[in-house]
Design a protein around this ligand. Structure first.
Ligand SMILES: Cc1ncc(COP(=O)(O)O)c(C=O)c1O
Length: 386
């Protein structure tokens, strides 16, 4: 079914076609060509980090992180239950057991106050997700991790260029992962990056990303042929994708400004309506700058959400729910260290609704969304018990 106002629409930022044509003309369509290098330099300079490597997806960057940390069957990895499967699956692939953390009811990020109670002598890593582009409470998370000698990985799929107390997300854990999937602020259709903040991981990351070979040493003239030296896989995107992505990166200010305007416009038009209908709008802590990745609302009940989705559908507007709790999923239970209780995740995941959000969402179409919302009849449905 096609909608008059879709949930997402990939948007061109400027030089995409020109750069793709140049990548073809360069005669280097495979990975690590000139456009990939320019994407690496852009992110390294903007974020001020030692090394960035483009990958084929955020999922693959997370798999690289699990390999780099040598996660195995003896290890436990703490992940929020309210996240995309890849945050957990990447570590389960290495045999690690998952420990699910519940989330805060305000930012929907991992609840840092629970961490201490989830850490055991087996804990290898804590993976945080900056949900909806709003940073986690990183100081206490980093402090608990340091106290226990546990690594922190940031799944920064939503939050490129958001800041926590002035620091970019993705620069605080030893490793961080980015997504350039079509739903993200900056995209090349499918793509990702591994951000390496701890230089000790650089050489091995290069090997893992190149099918477990020392090919990058060969290209640097350090060995006369390359060979298999470690585990790895094919995690390099084509330079054609990097060409598309670079065009998006170069329009960073424009992309973020457009998204900021869409987000603020939703917030301003829905504030009073939300207040009078027991709908909660996103919370941005005072010391955080968000990435303007999505606009979600928490409805009073699951029933309200389902009927609001149908109501918007009847107006040809696509609104969508988000993650279902990992700790209750079939694979989530199978790869868990032990059963978990995550009541906030269970409650939120039933009531959260995401509105259409993309760079080129026109004011006219946005008004159609908010007008349709205001026509929704709340009173007929019962509220949640709490
Ligand atoms: C928090 C989070 N991590 C990882 C991913 C996976 O990203 P990708 O599609 O680039 O593999 C997603 C997907 O949307 C996500 O929401």
């Amino acid at each position: 079914m096609s909608y008059r106002i879709p949930f997402n629409r990939p948007c061109l930022a400027g030089n995409e076609y020109k750069y793709i044509a140049a990548a073809i003309a360069n005669g280097h369509a495979s990975g690590d060509g000139p456009f990939t290098r320019r994407c690496h330099e852009f992110l390294e300079k903007e974020l001020g980090v030692p090394r960035v490597l483009l990958t084929t997806s955020c999922t693959h960057a997370l798999e690289m992180a699990a390999l780099l940390l040598d996660c195995g069957p003896e290890d436990e990895v703490i992940v929020p239950s309210f996240t995309f499967v890849s945050t957990a699956n990447a570590f389960a692939l290495r045999g690690a057991r998952l420990v699910y953390a519940d989330i805060r009811s305000d930012t929907l990020n991992l609840d840092e106050s629970l961490l201490e109670s989830l850490i055991t002598p087996r804990t290898k890593a804590i993976v945080v997700v900056h949900y909806a582009g709003v940073p986690c409470e990183m100081d206490p998370i980093l402090a608990v991790a340091a106290r226990h000698g546990v690594r922190v990985v940031e799944d920064n799929a939503h939050a490129l260029f958001s800041r926590y107390k002035g620091r970019y997300t993705g620069t605080m854990g030893c490793l961080a992962t980015q997504s350039f999937h079509e739903t993200k602020n900056f995209t090349c259709g499918e793509g990702g990056a591994l951000v390496i903040n701890d230089a000790e991981f650089v050489e091995r990351a290069l090997v893992i990303r190149e099918k477990g070979t020392n090919r990058s040493r060969f290209f640097r003239g350090e060995v006369d042929k390359y060979t298999w030296v470690d585990l790895g896989s094919s995690y390099l995107p084509s330079d054609l994708l990097a060409a598309f992505l670079l065009a998006q990166f170069e329009a960073r200010e424009m992309v973020q400004e457009k998204r900021r305007l869409v987000w603020n416009r939703y917030h301003e038009s829905l504030d009073d309506w939300a207040e009078s209908n027991d709908v909660k709008l996103p919370v941005i802590p005072a010391d955080c700058e968000q990435a303007y990745h999505m606009f979600y609302m928490l409805l009073p009940s699951a029933e309200h959400r389902e009927s609001l989705i149908s109501h918007l559908k009847s107006e040809s507007i696509l609104s969508v729910f988000h993650y279902t709790p990992l700790h209750l999923s079939e694979a989530g239970k199978k790869f868990a260290a032990h059963p978990s209780r995550c009541p906030v995740t269970e409650d939120i995941s039933e009531r959260l609704l995401r509105l259409p959000f993309y760079n080129d969402l026109s004011e006219n179409d946005q008004d159609r969304v908010t007008t349709a919302l205001m026509k929704f009849r709340f009173r007929a449905l019962s509220r949640r018990a709490s």
